[in-house]
Design a protein. Structure first.
Length: 190
């Protein structure tokens, strides 16, 4: 009497597959994760692709999803919160904090900055010093602010909103995936 088949999703991971999942969670780069998990450089890209496409690796995809959920729970941060923080950076305009005196001297006023504007700042430095000499001397306060990477935030949001299509997504049914997998295996045996 034969043992009942274990569904792909419920099959235990090999040690190398476990390592792949751990490495994938670092940077979500499948080929790099496969190399770090011990797959040869020449086969890493193909192996990563197989993990994400072939039905018999449903257990690997399930493990990645579980790891993502666990990571999200540990961070206590949702995808919406990440996107909202990126939106604060993307919408930041230094001109909202920059003012000019009657003499034409620019200054930054943080006293009226909103929490969203302050969240977009990565640093603020305040320096007090005396400028000039003798009767021309005056006390000066220099304020330097730096904002987080606005272009990076805009790029992240554009990718999320699918405004930048760097990768073409293909949806295939299980039968096509099986046929493709069989063809790849036959090619590897040659």
């Amino acid at each position: 009497m034969s043992k009942p088949k274990v569904p792909y999703a419920d099959r235990p991971l090999t040690e190398q597959q476990k390592r792949f999942v751990e490495e994938y969670m670092i940077d979500t780069n499948g080929a790099a994760a496969a190399r770090r998990a011990g797959y040869t450089a020449s086969r890493a890209n193909r192996q990563a692709s197989r993990f994400f496409c072939e039905p018999e690796y449903e257990n690997v995809r399930k493990a990645i999803n579980e790891a993502r959920e666990a990571q999200s729970a540990r961070l206590k941060m949702t995808a919406d919160e990440v996107l909202m923080e990126a939106a604060k950076i993307a919408r930041f305009n230094l001109g909202d904090l920059l003012h000019v005196t009657a003499q034409g001297d620019p200054y930054i006023d943080l006293s009226k900055a909103t929490p969203e504007q302050l969240a977009a700042l990565s640093s603020a430095e305040i320096e007090d010093f005396t400028a000039g000499r003798g009767d021309d001397a005056r006390e000066v306060r220099r304020v330097k602010v730096r904002s987080h990477d606005k272009l990076g935030a805009l790029t992240l949001l554009a990718k999320h909103l699918r405004l930048l299509n760097e990768v073409v997504e293909h949806k295939v049914d299980e039968e096509f995936a099986r046929l493709l997998s069989d063809a790849v295996r036959k090619d590897e045996k040659k």
